[in-house]
Write a protein that binds this ligand. Structure first.
Ligand SMILES: [Zn+2]
Length: 126
């Protein structure tokens, strides 16, 4: 069986322990219930929310992603266009709203991969 890299696992929102199970209930990030997370991995039975409030920490990752989008966008728009600062702020705001489901998912996926290591020994249970 081929081994899945951590980056690929994060991008696919896979379980960090077995890298096979899917964390989110709906595959489409723009599904209206995009944020719903399964209770545990369908492959290795890892419980995703290890403790109450575990996902609050993902906000730090999400903030980092937001800044990583906002700063380059601001710099590019400032030097390439004649837009005013309030227009640039509006563009960044719309961009962050449009990418919000993706930021939400990837921040949680990164957060989960920070705390749970890949375990080669974990086999399919069912
Ligand atoms: Zn798993």
């Amino acid at each position: 069986m081929e081994e899945v890299s951590a980056i690929k696992s994060i991008l696919n929102c896979n379980c960090p322990r077995c890298r096979k199970g899917i964390v989110f209930k709906y595959k489409n990030p723009y599904h209206r219930k995009f944020g719903e997370i399964k209770k545990k991995c369908s492959n290795c039975d890892l419980v995703y929310e290890m403790e109450q409030g575990f996902w609050y920490g993902a906000m730090y990752v999400s903030y980092g992603f937001g800044v990583a989008i906002a700063i380059p966008t601001m710099l590019v728009l400032t030097y390439i266009t004649d837009l005013e600062i309030y227009q640039i702020t509006g563009v960044i705001f719309l961009l962050l709203i449009a990418t919000m489901p993706l930021l939400f998912r990837y921040s949680r996926s990164v957060w989960l991969h920070i705390f749970i290591r890949y375990d080669k020994a974990v086999k399919k249970l069912k």
